[in-house]
Design a protein around this ligand. Structure first.
Ligand code: DQA
Length: 145
């Protein structure tokens, strides 16, 4: 079965209690369930992970090269700061779909720039947890050719 890594960055472990007006009431466990249900519907195996540490996210991307066909990545605030994550994406050569719960372009100017977007297959933002389901569908279709 085709396997996809869904990788979450800093502070996303606090979903549900973190700024609910921005990020909604769903917890990361709820997002995980949605991803697993979407994967099951499409015949994709989902490896769902989260870390608050930039280096651990780089390591997870490196490991994905051996284990997964593609990645759905919500890099959180590292989206806007991390050249290391961008370099890891180009280094592994896997298709990566960038996701965000919120519409980063409708928020503060510092969130408008993404280091990930130029090296991603595509980017989906603004649909809450549904951003993840849409990203898995898009990545699955891309992998199916
Ligand atoms: C986020 C948007 C980022 O700007 C922010 O730093 C996050 C969450 C989102 O999913 O909307 O941590 O990636």
């Amino acid at each position: 079965m085709t396997s996809i890594l869904v990788l979450n960055g800093p502070n996303l472990n606090l979903l549900g209690t973190r700024e609910p007006a921005v990020y909604g009431a769903a917890t990361l466990a709820d997002v995980r369930t949605l991803c697993e249900e979407t994967g099951a519907r499409l015949g994709l195996s989902i490896d769902f992970r989260q870390s608050n540490h930039e280096g651990a996210l780089v390591d997870a991307l490196h490991e994905a090269r051996e284990r997964h066909a593609g990645v759905v990545l919500n890099a959180g605030a590292y989206t806007h700061t991390s050249v290391a994550l961008r370099d890891a994406i180009t280094a592994i050569g896997l298709p990566v779909v960038e996701v965000h719960l919120s519409n980063i372009h409708a928020r503060e100017p510092f969130r408008h720039h993404s280091h990930i977007a130029p090296v991603a297959l595509g980017m989906i933002c603004g649909f809450g947890p549904r951003s993840y389901a849409l990203a898995i569908e898009a990545l699955g279709a891309h992998l199916a050719g």
